[in-house]
Write a protein that binds this ligand. Structure first.
Ligand code: ATP
Length: 551
């Protein structure tokens, strides 16, 4: 007999013996399983019985056992009954618990199903997306965060999908955001060459950075803060009482800047005036301001009579006069600069000192002018916008998103630093920034949240520092005090405004004695200013910010 046959026979014998043993011990294992289930049941009942009822229950059980013991043949009958019941209960092996559903599996399947109507091809013989397919056919990688939310996804789409059309892209982005959660922002990176889409959920930007002196070089304005991807540097900021490093969105102004003017649009109430105030506070230590408050809400009243602030205008008449002056001042500076260059001399200080024209909701003045049959004040911006870079004149134009069609083409073409605040749609985002936005905003947008695009760079996320109106009673006192601490005062000013640069008769604001002391908080601010100039009373109740008669 060969070795193989011996082995085969041995295996058959072992199998037969195993089968016999299983048959023999089957009743025992059946009863054992039943007894185990009885024990589990008893344990469960005991655990579920309230503590105060456990004593009586134990007593009753002991009495029953004693009763059975005392019965004739009682113990035998009890054992037989227990075995029979155990055999009955243990007759079926315990059904295996259904496996826990995989959350990732469910979510990705749902997303795949939702994308299928948009990405399936009817005539495609082997479609990436189809009723028969699964998400693993199209999704190459995915990541979920600790809370089980989709954090990153890479998917392939068919070559016939019109990925160059913004509307087609927007549909896909909407579906992905809908399935992955609308409470977060998502970046969509369309790789048109390889028909792949990478989706990344973006962490929320901090909203607790208040106005404060930022560590920047002269000529740099911090528009706000972004994420690590949006900025190549970080600056120290005080945030919630501690110093943290945050990546800023920096806008460089001045003669070497390729983006010398800013156009910021925003949904109503989302912080365009706040952004303007933040820019003003950063510009004031190094330059002079002319502020036009087109909406006339008095939101920039805190700047009235500050050193370096030529005027804060709220009326059409005053605004036109101020803008005319800025246009003439730009021309004067250009002539002086040319003369200095011609003679090989350094330019005088009064033509190199930065001058800022800050316009808040100027399209409202345009409408007013149109109603009165007067020329659009925006026409007066032509010279500062076209020649401002050389003349160190910077224009900041902030307005409502709804008013974007009333903004003149000159402003649109010259203001190459762009900001959009508030909830944006693909259409409004692209119209405000000049390029389609590859980020889909979250459903809820806090005030001051938006996107910035400096020149031809890609748009970045932006959170404007909380720079509240110090005269807004509803704003938190700490935020108002932070703004007051940044407002300049005559005694803290290091550089005096150049007398030649001031408009007609150079009427510098005459600060009252009360203003010589630096107000430390809101109460002091409100208390000191009205005495100085009854017309420029800084309260919300009488918001008319009367300009000083400088023209
Ligand atoms: N970055 C921010 N952080 C915190 N709060 C902000 C921020 N920006 C704006 N706010 C708050 O939102 C409200 C509206 O701000 P703001 O007046 O600047 O908006 P707006 O766009 O100019 O509004 P409107 O178009 O109505 O004039 C204010 O109460 C302001 O304090």
């Amino acid at each position: 007999m060969s070795l193989t046959r011996h082995l085969t026979r041995g295996r058959d014998l072992a199998r037969t013996a195993g089968d016999h043993a299983a048959d023999m011990f089957a009743p025992l294992s059946l009863i054992g399983r039943g007894l185990r289930r009885h024990a589990d049941w008893a344990k469960g009942r005991w655990a579920a019985t309230p503590k105060e009822r456990r004593g009586p229950t134990l007593f009753l059980a002991a009495a029953a056992v004693l009763g059975v013991f005392l019965l004739p043949h009682g113990p035998l009958l009890a054992v037989v009954a227990l075995m029979a019941s155990a055999a009955w209960v243990g007759r079926d092996p315990k059904p295996a618990a259904p496996p826990e559903p995989d959350v990732a599996d469910i979510k990705l399947t749902a997303l795949y199903a939702a994308l299928t109507p948009y990405l399936a091809g009817l005539d495609d013989p082997c479609p990436l997306y189809g009723a028969e397919g699964g998400y693993k056919d199209a999704f190459s990688s995915w990541e979920f965060d600790d809370e089980g939310r989709l954090a990153a996804l890479e998917l392939a789409y068919p070559p016939y999908f019109t990925d160059t059309e913004p509307a087609a892209r927007a549909r896909i982005e909407q579906v992905v955001q809908g399935k992955a959660g609308r409470s977060r922002e998502y970046r969509f990176d369309w790789d048109e060459e390889s028909n792949r889409l990478r989706v990344a959920a973006l962490a929320a930007l901090p909203t607790d950075i208040a106005a404060q002196p930022f560590v920047t070089a002269p000529g740099e304005i911090v528009l706000g803060f972004t994420d690590g991807q949006g900025s190549r540097r970080t600056i120290p900021v005080t945030q919630a009482g501690v110093t943290a490093q945050q990546p800023p969105v920096v806008w460089r102004v001045g003669p070497r800047s390729a983006e010398p003017h800013l156009l910021a649009l925003g949904a109503a109430g989302y912080g365009t005036s706040t952004l303007l105030r933040s820019v003003a506070l950063q510009a004031l230590p190094h330059g002079d301001l002319v502020v036009i408050d087109g909406a006339g809400t008095g939101e920039h009243a805190c700047l009235v009579n500050r050193p370096g602030v030529h005027t804060v205008e709220t009326s059409l008449h005053g605004a036109v006069a101020a803008m005319e002056w800025v246009a003439k001042e730009t021309e004067r500076r250009l002539v002086a600069l040319n003369a200095a260059r011609h003679h090989g001399m350094a330019a005088p200080e009064d033509v190199t000192r930065p001058l800022w024209l800050l316009l808040d909701h100027p399209t409202e003045l345009s409408e007013l002018a149109q109603a009165e049959g007067r020329p659009d004040p925006q026409e007066l911006l032509e010279t500062p916008l076209r020649h401002g870079r050389a003349a160190r004149v910077t224009v900041v134009f902030v307005d409502d998103l709804e008013a974007r069609d009333r903004i003149s083409p000159t402003v649109r073409s010259a203001a190459r630093a762009r900001v959009v605040l508030g909830p944006v749609t693909p259409e409004t985002g692209s119209s405000a920034l000049g390029v389609p936005l590859d980020i889909v905003p979250a459903a809820q947008t806090p005030a001051g949240r938006g996107y910035a695009r400096i020149g031809t760079a890609a748009p970045v996320r932006l959170q404007v520092p909380a720079t509240v109106d110090p005269l807004d009673d509803e704003a938190p006192a700490a935020l108002r005090d932070a703004v007051i601490a940044l407002l300049p005062h005559r005694d803290t000013r290091t550089e005096a405004a150049a007398p030649q640069a001031s408009p007609k008769a150079a009427p510098q604001p005459t600060a009252p004695a009360a203003l010589q002391a630096v107000p430390q908080n809101v109460e002091q601010l409100v208390a000191v200013v009205p005495d100085a100039d009854e017309e420029a009373r800084l309260t919300k109740e009488s918001p008319a910010v009367r300009p000083r008669p400088v023209w």
